[in-house]
Write a protein that binds this ligand. Structure first.
Ligand code: KG4
Ligand code: ZN
Length: 388
């Protein structure tokens, strides 16, 4: 009996495949990260990424099948990210999925990458200690979606999921989108970024500070050790009539400060002695404070706009998803914000925040499938719009 949807995700720099049951339980969630490959460039190089997807995807699938004792008979259909994302990367996933659908005579389900991210909170993450996070009334608790009931702890308040409609905020390396989610397959876009995505801003700031790639986790860690009031950074577009996001100005503010702090010469002096000084908080003790100031400005922008949207739309649930939703400062600030407002803020388990194929396979159960012969005509779409 077919038990799983098999999902593929290759829209950026993670090659991923996953097995998900009809109830949204993640049975396997395998990710081959390309972080090391792109680290020396300080960001994803699209051509390098797509080549690596091609090399990585089938071995990843074979390893997952072997480990899980799964065969093609266990697979009901195949899901794949159709867009948005880097076109060469999407192409690798889509062509692989098409070939497998044809060869094994399985229906194929194209999935919107960001709708997948937003679906993560309806899924049961893999692992017995894996829960989502819910912030409400100034406190945080761990939750699983109602479909997971009976599988684990029977406590009734454990089984909760955001109600539709709600407001969703997708924050990742490639995207910053605020949406009104009417159902898992119907969205209205409320705001996007006018320039850099928020994760991209983290990565660029980390690069300026010579902290390595990806920048989000390290800036987050250093921010926790710094003082946010040491440097004044202005979050952009904070007026109520400007719902859009913008992060490139904030990055420029950081660049100017770094230049001043390193001696007013664009950091060249410290670069000359970079082996021993630059990027090391021991030698540049202002780094944690600058990270804290940057992170505070980012969080203020994200949360103010997202919470305003919940008020304006009259909904009580806000979901924050994507790689940047792992940010500890953001989670803490959201929790604090719920003490003052009748709002619940939801964050997926980290394994379903950063790019993964489980979210793609999970959402696919709700979407129409293409017959294998029709699937051959499927093309990726780098700027696929939300389903409206
Ligand atoms: O969702 P994701 O894995 O890939 C994209 O679709 O882009 O997100 C990756 C992004 C990177 O820019 C990374 O720096 C950021 O998420 N990120 C974080 C944190 N962990 C990952 N940003 C801020 N704080 C974090 N803790
Ligand atoms: Zn993503």
């Amino acid at each position: 009996m077919s038990r799983f949807i098999l999902g593929f995700e290759t829209s950026c720099d993670e090659t991923a495949c996953a097995l998900v049951t009809r109830e949204g339980v993640v049975a396997a969630n395998d990710v081959a990260s390309q972080v090391d490959l792109h680290a020396r460039f300080g960001g994803v190089v699209p051509e390098v990424a797509s080549r690596r997807h091609l090399e990585a995807v089938l071995p990843l699938l074979e390893t997952m099948f072997r480990r899980e004792g799964v065969t093609w008979d266990d697979i009901e259909s195949i899901a794949v990210t159709r867009g948005p994302g880097l076109i060469g990367c999407l192409l690798m996933g889509v062509e692989t999925a098409k070939a497998l659908a044809w060869t094994h005579d399985k229906p194929l389900v194209p999935v919107h990458h960001l709708e997948g991210h937003l679906y993560a909170l309806q899924m049961t993450p893999a692992g017995s200690g894996a829960f989502h996070l819910l912030a409400g009334e100034g406190r945080r608790s761990t939750v699983l979606p109602p479909a997971a009931r009976d599988r684990r702890d029977p406590a009734p308040d454990l089984y909760l999921a955001p109600e539709f409609p709600h407001v969703g905020l997708v924050v990742s390396g490639g995207h910053t989108s605020l949406v009104f989610a009417e159902s898992p397959t119907r969205y209205q876009t409320l705001a996007v970024t006018l320039d850099d995505a928020v994760g991209e801003a983290y990565d660029k700031v980390a690069r300026l500070l010579e902290l390595g790639y990806p920048g989000g986790p390290v800036v987050d860690r250093l921010a926790a050790q710094g003082r946010a009031d040491r440097f004044e950074l202005t979050p952009p577009l904070m007026r109520r009539d400007r719902p859009e996001f913008s992060f490139s100005g904030l990055k420029t503010q950081v660049a100017r400060l770094v230049e001043d702090l390193r001696g007013g010469n664009g950091g060249e002096t410290s670069k000359n002695t970079a082996e021993t000084t630059a990027g090391d908080p021991e030698n540049e003790p202002w780094i944690p404070d600058l990270c804290a100031s940057f992170q505070a400005a980012v969080i203020e922008s994200l949360l103010t706009k997202a919470l305003r949207a919940t008020e304006e739309r009259g909904v009580r649930d806000l979901t924050i998803v994507g790689g940047v939703a792992c940010n500890r400062g953001l989670r803490a600030a959201a929790e604090a914000a719920t003490a003052r407002r009748p709002v619940r803020v939801w964050f997926p388990h980290p394994s379903l925040c950063t790019d993964n194929a489980a979210m793609i396979a999970g959402l696919a159960w709700h979407l129409p499938a293409l017959a294998p012969e029709d699937a051959l005509a499927l093309n990726p779409d780098a700027s696929l719009p939300f389903s409206g």
